[in-house]
Design a protein around this ligand. Structure first.
Ligand code: CP3
Length: 429
C-alpha cells in the first residue's frame, strides 16, 4: 500500500507501492536495512515487560507518505512488535495451544551455518565472540534470518557465568570447554559475585541489541530467549574442569562433602538469579535454564541439586521479573519429569529425545507447555526418517501448549536444507 512503512523501508518520501503488512519481511532475499530511528533500541530495552493490549486488526493509515503518516504507521508497527500476543512462543508459554506450534532449535546458532563459522573466525576466540555485543548479536540473528524461528536465543554459553565469577575458562578446538577444576573450600570462596555485573555487561548489551535488531529487521513475531545453565550442570564443568561422560568428580564430591557442595550450588543459584534478572531487564522475553546433566542423578540427589536450586531460581524470578516465562530443560529427567514440573512451577519444560511425548503429556499438567523433542540425528538424516519422527511429535502434541524443538542441541554436521524442511513441515502443522 502506498505510504505504508515496513520495517527496513527508509522514509524517503518517494515510497513505491508496498502491499506488505507491517512486520512482513521477505526472508528469501535476506534482511532489509535497519529502520533508521534513533532512540528505538532504548525504548525496546526499557519497555520489555510492559504488555500492550491486543492491536491485531487495527487499521493502518494508508494515505500518502508524509512524515506524520509514516510516524503513525511506525508507532503501530512498534506497538504490534511489543505486543506479546503477536509472538506464538509467548502465547504458548502463557498456556495457549497455538497451532501450528512455534519452533526454534537448541544451538540454532552454530557451526552448521557457514555464516557462523565466518563470524567465529573473525572473533578468533569463543569467549571473545560471547563478549562482543556486535558479533554475538550477529550470530544470534543468523538462524532467524534463514528460518524466521519463533525464538531467538541469546548467543552466549552457560559457562560465561562461572567465568564471570572468576573461574578460568578456555574453549579448546575439538575438546570443548576447559576450566581449572574447583574442588575445595578455598576455590569456592574465591568465586566473587561482586565481579559478575561488570563481566557480563557485554552480554547484557548483546541482549538489548538483539531485541532492537529483531524489531529493526522485521522479526516482530520472534521472541528473545535469555538463558543460563542450571546450577548442577554448571557445577559439573566447574568441578570436573572439562566435559565428561559421567561427571564422576562432581557426583563424588556431592556425596563426600555435602556442605561444601551445597555452598557451591548456593553461590551458583544466587548468581544465576541475578544474571537472569539482568537479562530480563536488558530485554529478554523468555528465560531458559539448561540442566544438561540432571539425568545423571538418582532421585534424592536430583531433588537436592536439580529441583531445589531451580525452584529457588523460579521463585526469585517471579518476584524480581513478574510475568516473564521460564523454560527449564532437565535433560534425561525420565520418571522425575512430573515431579520436577510440579515442584518448580516452570511455565514450560524441555523434553529430551529419550522421552515419549505422549507419556510426557500425561505426566505434565496441560497448562504447562512441553518443548521438544526431535532427535538431532533425525535432523541430520533428513528424508523419510525426519518426516516420520517430526510428524509423530506433532500428532502427539496437537491440542496442547507445545513448542517444537530438538531433544538436544543441533549438531555441526546438520545439513541446512534439512532444517529448512523441518521448519516447513512444522509450519504446515
Ligand atoms: O544457539 C544457541 O543455542 C545459543 C548459544 C548456546 C551455546 N551453548 C553456544 C555454543 C547455548 C544456549 C549453549 C548452552 C550450553 N553450553 C550447554 C547446555 C545445552 C547443551 O547443549 O547441553 C552446555 C552444556 C554448554 C557447554 C559447552 N559449550 C560445551 C560442552 C561446548 C563444547 C561442545 C560443542 O558443542 O562445541 C560449548 C561450546 C559452544 N557453545 C559452541 C557453541 C555454538 C561451539 C563453540 C565453537 O564455535 O567452537
Amino acid at each position: 500500500m502506498a505510504g505504508s512503512l515496513s520495517p527496513g523501508d527508509k522514509p524517503t518520501g518517494d515510497d513505491t507501492v508496498d502491499d506488505s503488512a507491517p512486520g512482513d519481511v521477505d526472508t528469501a532475499n535476506g534482511p532489509r536495512d535497519a529502520y533508521p530511528v534513533s532512540g528505538l533500541p532504548a525504548l525496546v530495552a526499557v519497555d520489555n515487560r510492559v504488555g500492550i493490549p491486543a492491536l491485531q486488526g487495527t487499521p493502518r493509515f494508508t494515505g500518502p507518505s508524509t512524515p506524520t503518516n509514516n510516524y503513525f504507521n511506525l508507532s503501530y508497527w512498534y506497538a504490534r512488535a511489543m505486543n506479546p500476543m503477536n509472538k506464538p512462543l509467548l502465547r504458548v508459554l502463557a498456556g495457549e495451544p497455538v497451532w501450528p506450534p512455534p519452533i526454534w532449535l537448541m544451538r540454532q546458532a552454530g557451526r552448521y551455518l557457514p555464516e557462523y563459522r565466518a563470524t567465529r573466525a573473525q572473533a578468533g576466540d569463543f569467549i571473545a565472540l560471547c563478549t562482543s555485543p556486535a558479533l554475538a548479536c550477529e550470530v544470534t540473528l543468523q538462524p532467524i534470518r534463514r528460518f524466521r524461528f519463533d525464538g531467538a536465543i541469546l548467543f552466549s554459553d552457560i559457562l560465561i557465568l562461572p567465568w564471570a565469577l572468576g573461574q578460568g575458562l578456555a574453549y579448546k578446538e575439538g575438546e570443548g570447554p576447559v576450566m581449572p577444576p574447583l574442588r575445595d573450600a578455598a576455590g569456592i570462596a574465591a568465586l566473587d559475585p561482586a565481579r559478575v555485573a561488570a563481566a557480563v555487561a557485554p552480554v547484557m548489551e548483546t541482549v538489548s541489541r538483539v531485541r532492537a535488531e529483531l524489531l529493526a529487521e522485521g522479526f516482530d513475531t520472534t521472541a528473545l530467549i535469555g538463558f543460563a545453565g542450571a546450577p548442577f550442570t554448571v557445577a559439573c564443568y566447574m568441578v570436573e574442569g572439562h566435559g565428561s561422560r559421567d561427571f564422576a568428580a562432581v557426583r563424588g564430591l556431592a556425596y563426600a562433602d555435602p556442605a561444601l557442595f551445597a555452598r557451591l550450588i548456593d553461590t551458583l543459584t544466587d548468581a544465576t538469579i541475578a544474571y537472569l534478572a539482568m537479562q530480563a531487564d536488558a530485554g529478554a522475553e523468555v528465560l531458559m535454564l539448561f540442566d544438561t546433566w540432571a539425568g545423571l542423578l538418582p532421585p534424592s540427589q536430583f531433588r537436592a541439586h536439580v529441583i531445589g536450586p531451580i525452584d529457588k531460581i523460579v521463585r526469585a524470578l517471579r518476584q524480581r521479573c513478574p510475568g516473564i516465562p521460564i523454560i527449564a530443560f532437565p535433560r534425561l529427567a525420565g520418571l522425575m519429569l512430573g515431579e520436577f514440573v510440579r515442584a518448580t512451577g516452570v511455565d514450560a519444560v524441555g523434553v529430551d529425545a529419550s522421552a515419549d511425548m505422549r507419556v510426557a503429556a500425561e505426566t505434565v499438567s496441560s497448562s504447562v507447555a512441553l518443548q521438544g523433542n526431535l532427535d538431532p540425528l533425525a535432523l541430520v538424516a533428513g528424508g523419510p526418517a525426519l518426516d516420520t519422527q517430526a510428524h509423530a511429535i506433532l500428532s502427539a502434541m496437537r491440542g496442547r501448549p507445545f513448542v517444537f524443538n530438538l531433544g538436544h542441541g543441533i549438531v555441526p554436521q546438520t545439513p541446512i536444507d534439512h532444517v529448512a524442511r523441518l521448519t516447513e513441515l512444522v509450519r504446515a502443522g
